[in-house]
Design a binder for this molecule. Structure first.
Ligand SMILES: *Cc1c(COP(=O)(O)O)cnc(C)c1O
Length: 796
């Protein structure tokens, strides 16, 4: 890094952007000029990296969500500039942390699915693959969450308010996307994805929707002002805002337009580039691997066939190219989250695409009939059924690979949810257990633990080869090592305490157990079970003088989809519990409850390193993988959780004895389902009954709300599409309390407790997204990893 050059550029941007001297700028402005100056450094390397992959097979990740968070620290770390930059800025009288905090999160995703896409991009570049992300440049990302009297209130996320220095508008590469009733430009904004060591720099290309004709002069002249800008507004609406739904189907016209918009633009982009060097499409699938992140981009299958048809390729050939090009990742087992679109809507918005889906469906039926399936059997596989298009069915039939995201999840897909399809195409099904990037979730978030790991190993190879961590297991016997690990954890807990004091205005006890549940709010994730346990402890402290417990701080972070009333009621309920518990002098501060506002990637980076215990308590069989569980583990926190998703593999790696596993298994739930009677169970469990009753009886002065009544009904009577206690909170409660008691007991011997945490960290190697991405590259995409060295040796 050239400091003089960087300073000179910053001064230049200060003048040309703000018309002021560098030293006169506020933190936001300083951040902006600094990131612009850094972009000048990145650009030539970015171009060189692109050249390295010319003519090679490349992978593309189509995703409606990229939950990137901040870029500055990540870029500095991956470029190897961090320590120099900190020095340089401080010599100029600037505080790096203030600059860092000035960056808005790029929150273009809801939760795990979008964050996975972001981790994959980081790993793809670090492992030296050409992996391009394609998505939507939402003007507003995931909403900003506020609490007003304990209720969630949503506000627009103005992440672009101060500009975005990391992206470059590529006006020259815009394409037209046609709907039946509208045509728009898709304008690409490219952001560099810097791999660790800066050797490979890939691209995240996000499309922004704009009008073909911005302004209708004649209408304006005739004083029809709304009409004059109508086309502009209609076009811009398409990429205006991220749908804040997480695993909930949403059947909105705008959502369909969003999906088709970015998919069509991305495929047009690929075809245009390909045509520069090719006369026909026989080489297309040999050069492109396109991964569909869930079914949101599934319209890519008929759209590629449609676009190839316009280039003169027959339907049959185009279908084969699509199957060879595309692969599909399934992210959910929840039935209500399996995407379907009404035929009516498709016909109205995308008639040409719909006609191709019909052809695909007919071909499938013929193929199945040839295999000797009966008409009734064939109907099970129909893509178009009862007026709806089943996007998962389309995604299985139109691709060569279908993967689940953890072993348990993949098994459930094969054995139950998709067993029919599995029997039809067994070779297509495979597992790719999710991962997280250790660059962001350890190196950047927890520099103290990172330095300690490097010291113990004698090298920092874990940064790109996380399995190195297993060599730390031998240190677990050494109490002085565990004591140092403990001191780091305490330091991170103190940092979080200060951050929470500043952000939430709540004082927490740094010597208490930090018990953290941070993830989207959903019934299946069972934040309510956690809340009931808090009430259980509170009641015992209030009523039983002999009851003692280690002090605990329960920390929650979660956004609820704005239309998901029951999830919002759970937020309100937990905030009410916090209000009561935090202000009750009787319990001597033994329990504190904090629901942090506006949980997102940057907040997450402060929470994971400070956790003593990781809450992963979903109903078994419902959480496809989870990745939050991996972030806790990597930062040395044991899991209290069910045998669900990747928890199973976490325990496999770190040992049952170092985690707190409880509750029904998938098999037990399958058996119990038909006979489960939560009301009867509650009658036998007066302790739990009184806790559940706090939802409706006013004992806790929770201001009996209509919403709480509905929540109560959902447990006892079943409400809307639900069976009573659909997520087995009542049945799992006692087992959860018992597991929490084990945590409490174990924490009395802190050395032993933190030894478990240390061993979790040392066992986290498998959960690097580097490992996941190498599996995708080798087993699905068939793409090469190319370093500069490879290039040079080829040139010789
Ligand atoms: C990792 C992450 C998630 C996913 O958490 P799960 O516990 O796996 O659901 C969601 N949101 C953010 C901000 C994350 O960093």
């Amino acid at each position: 890094m050239n400091k003089e050059m960087l300073t000179m550029r910053m001064k230049g941007y200060a003048l040309t952007t703000y018309g002021r001297e560098l030293k006169e700028l506020n933190n936001k402005e300083r951040y902006t000029v600094f990131s612009k100056a850094l972009m000048e450094d990145i650009l030539p390397k970015w171009k060189a990296s692109e050249e390295k992959f010319e003519g090679k097979k490349k992978a593309y990740y189509l995703s409606a969500e990229f939950l990137m968070g901040r870029a500055l620290s990540n870029n500095l770390i991956n470029l190897g500039y961090m320590s120099e930059v900190k020095e340089m800025l401080s010599s100029m009288g600037m505080d790096y942390n203030a600059l860092e905090e000035a960056e808005s999160d790029a929150g273009l995703g809801n939760g795990g699915l979008g964050r996975l896409a972001a981790c994959f991009l980081d790993s793809g570049a670090t492992m030296n693959y050409s992996l391009t992300g394609y998505g939507i440049r939402y003007n507003y990302g995931i909403f900003e969450q506020k609490f007003v009297e304990g209720y969630q209130v949503e506000e627009g996320d103005k992440w672009l308010e101060h500009g975005d220095s990391w992206s470059i508008r590529r006006q020259d590469e815009k394409v037209v996307v046609d709907f039946k009733d509208q045509s728009v430009y898709a304008v690409p904004y490219d952001t560099p994805v810097v791999g660790f060591s800066g050797e490979t720099i890939n691209t995240l290309r996000l499309w922004q929707s704009e009008a073909i004709t911005e302004f209708n002069f004649t209408a304006f002249n005739n004083q029809m002002y709304d009409k004059a800008v109508k086309e502009k507004n209609d076009a811009e609406n398409i990429s205006k805002v991220l749908y804040p739904n997480d695993s909930m189907e949403s059947g909105k016209i705008l959502r369909l337009k969003q999906q088709y918009f970015f998919v069509s633009a991305s495929l047009q982009d690929l075809i245009r580039t390909y045509k520069k060097d090719h006369k026909d499409f026989t080489e297309f699938s040999r050069l492109h691997a396109v991964q569909l992140n869930d079914t949101h981009p599934a319209v890519a299958i008929p759209e590629l066939i449609r676009l190839l048809g316009k280039e003169g390729v027959s339907f049959k050939n185009a279908f084969d190219i699509a199957v060879d090009t595309f692969a599909y990742t399934n992210h959910t087992i929840l039935k209500e989250a399996l995407e379907q679109w009404s035929v009516k809507l498709y016909k109205k918005i995308l008639p040409e695409v719909y006609a191709i889906i019909v052809k695909i469906d007919n071909m499938l039926s013929r193929q199945l009939a040839d295999k000797g399936l009966t008409e009734k059997e064939i109907s099970e596989f129909e893509i178009i059924s009862e007026g709806n298009i089943k996007m998962a069915w389309l995604s299985i039939y139109g691709t060569h690979s279908v993967n689940g995201v953890a072993q348990l999840h993949t098994n459930i897909l094969k054995d139950t949810e998709l067993s029919g399809w599995y029997n039809l195409f067994p070779e297509r099904f495979n597992n790719k257990t999710n991962g997280i990037t250790q660059r962001r979730w350890l190196l950047e978030s927890n520099p103290e633990l990172s330095a300690f790991i490097t010291e113990l190993l004698g090298h920092d190879g874990w940064i790109t080869e996380l399995s190195e961590l297993s060599k730390l297991k031998k240190f677990a016997e050494d109490d002085t090592i565990i004591e140092r690990f403990m001191r780091i954890k305490k330091a991170k807990k103190l940092e979080l305490k200060e951050y929470i004091k500043e952000r939430e205005g709540i004082e927490i006890d740094e010597n208490s157990i930090y018990d953290i549940q941070i993830k989207r709010l959903h019934e299946y994730k069972r934040q309510l079970l956690n809340a009931f346990h808090i009430l259980y402890l509170y009641n015992r402290l209030k009523t039983d003088k002999n009851f003692d417990m280690e002090p605990r701080t329960f920390i929650f972070g979660a956004k609820a989809a704005p239309g998901y009333a029951r999830a919002k009621a759970i937020i309100k309920f937990i905030n009410e519990i916090a209000e009561v518990v935090n202000n009750d002098a009787d319990i001597n501060g033994k329990i504190k409850v904090v629901f942090v506002e506006n949980y997102g990637v940057s907040y997450a980076q402060k929470l994971f390193p400070a956790a003593d215990i990781s809450e992963q308590i979903s109903t078994a069989g419902k959480e496809a993988s989870g990745t939050g569980n991996m972030k806790f583990m990597l930062n040395g926190a044991p899991t209290i959780g069910t045998f669900d998703g990747a928890n199973v593999e976490i325990v496999e790696e770190a040992g049952l004895e170092n985690n707190y596993i409880f509750g029904l298994t998938v098999e037990e739930i399958e058996e119990l389902k038909a006979v489960y009677d939560p009301k009867a169970e509650l009658e036998k469990n007066p302790v739990l009954k009184s806790i559940v009753n706090t939802l409706i009886d006013g004992t806790l002065d929770l201001a009996p709300e209509e919403n709480f009544k509905e929540l109560h009904d959902s447990l006892i009577k079943g409400a809307s599409w639900h069976d009573p206690d659909n997520y087995f909170i009542i049945r799992d409660f006692d087992a959860y309390v018992e597991a929490q008691e084990r945590v409490n007991e174990d924490y009395k011997n802190q050395l032993e407790f933190y030894r478990k945490g240390f061993l979790n960290m040392a066992s986290a190697g498998k959960f690097s997204s580097d490992r996941t991405i190498v599996e995708y590259a080798n087993e699905i995409w068939n793409i090469p990893s190319i370093t500069e060295e490879d290039e040079e040796s080829l040139a010789v």
